[in-house]
Write a protein that binds this ligand. Sequence first.
Ligand code: ASH
Length: 273
Amino acid sequence: DENPKREWSLSDFEIGKPLGKGKFGRVYVAREVKSKFVVALKVIFKEQIERYKIHHQLRREMEIQFSLKHQNVLRLYGWFHDSDRVYLILEYAHNGELYKELSKKGHFSEKQAATYILSLTKALAYCHEKHVIHRDIKPENLLLDHEGRLKIADFGWSVQSRSKRHTMCGTLDYLAPEMVENKAHDYAVDNWTLGILCYEFLYGAPPFEAESQVDTFKRIMKVDLTFPSTPYVSSEAKNLISRLLVKDSSRRLSLQKIMEHPWIIKNGNPMGV
Ligand SMILES: Clc1cnc2c(Nc3ccc(N4CCOCC4)cc3)nc(-c3cccnc3)cn12
């Protein structure tokens, strides 16, 4: 419900099945007893907060997440704690993880890919407006709601899903050159990542994937971009990807220009589904 002042406690919820577990805790489906409203409850152990010294990150991420109210950003409705755990009350994304959808389908159609990229672009434009950058957007942090609408669901540490794809933790695939080189990064890192995701949505794998992190690093720094010849990826899609995967961050296509790109106009559904 909308009044965040309210003090919540564990007895307000019936806990359901675990959805996934991470370094800091687990995520469960839960239902608020009175309203029967279904949420995701993220449980973080206080001794993990101590051990990894993430008080500040946790507080900053919670304040950011709590302030973001956009249809493509997963809502943080509130939080509470008990003696040894902190609980985040989150919007439940009924259709789970986008990347599971991607692995199941192999690749998305141009319409589906453009619709997801449009949703992401709108969410990022909203985040940048609120001076929030580097949302670490990778398929693992993207969820789908009951209508199949995309939700960015990251608070600075992703919850490793139960599936085997642990290559994600620590992967360089989604990082822009200035990130990989550990230079000061600005808003434009998110534009680069949109290019990576657009490629992955259409081809089923990120563009600079390689056997080793070192090789991925080299391919990112060289912007070693090649497009497999397939009939189902249009030249407009390749044009958009090529305008985002640009080493000079100041020359990447802006979020506004992405929304106006011919491929997005032609294939993206503004309703998000
Ligand atoms: Cl935060 C947050 C909000 N909603 C979710 C969610 N929702 C969700 C829904 C449905 C299905 N299933 C649908 C039927 O087939 C089986 C999976 C999975 C996750 N999952 C995670 C999560 C986290 C870590 C690993 N894995 C999933 C975090 N979430």
